[in-house]
Write a protein that binds this ligand. Structure first.
Ligand SMILES: Cc1cc2nc3c(=O)[nH]c(=O)nc-3n(C[C@H](O)[C@H](O)[C@H](O)COP(=O)(O)OP(=O)(O)OC[C@H]3O[C@@H](n4cnc5c(N)ncnc54)[C@H](O)[C@@H]3O)c2cc1C
Length: 468
């Protein structure tokens, strides 16, 4: 079989035969489908990545099968990209060098639900983990709005925060990720346990420094969450209400998002449920705190247009409210118009309504704000995931410059290199572990700009660069 990617000279038919009992997919259409993620959110990434494909997909269902795939790739020097649900936004799961795609979704066993934790295989769909936890009165400490598709391993390797972050911080914060098991890429792959603070050696490294096989994550008590949509006349009021809710000592919350009215008008599901033309606050609040929540909204000049339990949302044909938050907000707009894109922007701490209001007119009509509130290092913060109506890369950079000039730092959402986004700089701790776990540099190496500069060093030499 010739290489689909055009980037390898491996005999992929022979390779597939060597994988023996492991299920594989080699039809070009199937391989190409599994070579994509949600990079098309960015017109810049779309142009760069839409023709990058892998050569063969393997779907191991046990650790033994996974180890066999990794050992075979090691023997052939085959590039490898791990794939969970394929919901990453930056092309994290796109095989830039071609090669083997290992899809983990058949490794989906829940291993143990214990006191305050769940341990599950990396390919477990996150919604399945949450469904299993409900019977125990618990839920994951946080989860992405993509829980219906995304896997636990993909969230740990590619994600950072989500529903729950407004009360429990980031994934990387102590205690949220309890442990994970990670397999190396060697002639005989070994599994290694990372616990406590060491989980961050692997977390958010985009699968370039080891294959996560099992994740142990903190759980929290679940309750009768009410999905709420409140509307306001001005975005300033909405943002101030969001900040107040994120700080409230008398209201529990799992989600606080504020959305510009022009974005909210792109949510057809909400027609008849939420007043049109008004700015929106999306939240998850427990039933017993609804009265205090209603008072908070009224005190900020808003009205509660929708308040429904999970069952009521379902009965009304409505999705989870978190499908109007995080990067789902962008998706709702993209469903109607592919010329939209987005940015990722930090905001001054503490959140400041006046600075948001002062910035809005400077940005122009092609930028529509959307903020998520979260806990970061114990402080309530907000970050902006605005819709941007894309015209040219030049205009996009102009918008970024306007944000930065006003003191709102940009994390590049339009790069497929791990150093370009939230990390900004090379993470030498990640790269040192890559050297240990993936000595030949087969795992998703093209996603690190810095790897090429350090791959000839020992792991200790790479580690010595930390903080320099
Ligand atoms: C609509 C939308 C909403 C989103 N909302 C959120 C959100 O709320 N919070 C958030 O953090 N992110 C969010 N994201 C980004 C993305 O959904 C999350 O990062 C998600 O958890 C990724 O899981 P996945 O299984 O789809 O991973 P994939 O996209 O398959 O993979 C992500 C990265 O992890 C690597 N990887 C996958 N499995 C493994 C493994 N077992 N071992 C090692 N590496 C592995 C891949 O190679 C890739 O680099 C959103 C994206 C979209 C499109």
């Amino acid at each position: 079989m010739t290489s689909i990617s055009g980037k390898t000279d491996i005999d992929w038919d022979a390779f597939a035969s060597e994988l023996a009992s492991v299920e594989t997919l080699s039809e070009p259409a199937q391989v190409k489908k599994r070579s994509r993620d949600f990079f098309w959110y960015s017109p810049i990434l779309n142009a760069q990545l839409k023709r990058s494909f892998g050569d063969l997909v393997a779907l191991p269902s046990t650790r033994e099968e996974l180890a066999h795939c990794l050992a075979t790739a090691y023997a052939h020097d085959a590039p490898i990209v791990l794939r969970g649900g394929g919901t990453g936004n930056y092309g994290q799961a796109v095989p830039l060098d071609g090669g083997l795609i290992i899809q983990t979704t058949k490794m989906d066993r829940i291993v143990e639900i214990g006191d305050g934790f769940v341990c599950a295989e990396a390919g477990c769909r996150i919604a399945d983990v949450n469904d299993a936890l409900i019977a125990h009165g618990r839920e994951l400490v946080m989860f992405p709005s993509t829980q219906n598709i995304a896997t636990l391993g993909g969230f740990v390797a590619g994600g950072s925060s989500g529903i729950g972050s407004v009360s429990d911080g980031m994934l990387r914060d102590p205690g949220n990720l309890i442990a994970h098991k990670v397999m190396s890429v060697e002639a005989t792959p070994r599994e290694r346990m990372f616990e406590g603070a060491d989980v961050n050696h692997i977390h958010h490294a985009w699968g370039l420094n080891g294959v996560i096989t099992e994740v142990t994550m903190r759980t929290v008590p679940t309750c009768a969450w009410i999905g709420c949509m409140a509307t306001f006349d001005t975005y300033g009021q909405t943002y101030a209400a969001g900040y107040a809710l994120a700080c409230a000592s008398d209201i529990k919350r799992r989600l606080v998002s504020t959305v510009d009215a022009r974005i909210a008008d792109y949510f057809p599901h909400l027609e008849g449920h939420v007043q049109k033309g008004r700015h929106l606050m999306v939240s998850l609040v427990p039933a017993e705190h609804m009265q205090v929540y209603r008072n908070l909204v009224a005190n900020h000049g808003g009205t509660v247009d929708l308040a429904m339990s999970e069952a009521e949302l379902k009965a009304n044909g409505l999705p989870h409210v978190f499908e109007f938050s995080y990067n789902h907000t962008t998706l709702q707009v993209l469903k109607a118009d592919r010329s939209a894109t987005y940015l990722q922007v930090g905001c001054p701490v503490p959140p400041d309504r006046d600075r948001i209001e002062a910035l809005r007119p400077k940005l122009g009509d092609d930028v529509w704000m959307h903020h998520e509130f979260a806990l970061l290092d114990g402080n309530v913060v907000s970050f902006d995931l605005p819709i941007v109506w894309f015209t040219t890369a030049k205009r996009l950079h102009e918008i970024e410059a306007t944000y930065e000039a006003a003191g709102f730092p940009i994390s590049d959402a339009h790069t497929c290199r791990v150093e370009g986004g939230g990390l900004k700089n090379a993470d030498y701790r990640h790269l040192a572990w890559k050297k240990r776990m993936d000595p030949k540099g087969l795992l998703n190496s093209a996603k690190s700009r810095e790897w090429a500069n350090v791959k000839h060093l020992t792991s200790e030499e790479i580690e010595a660069k930390i903080g320099r």
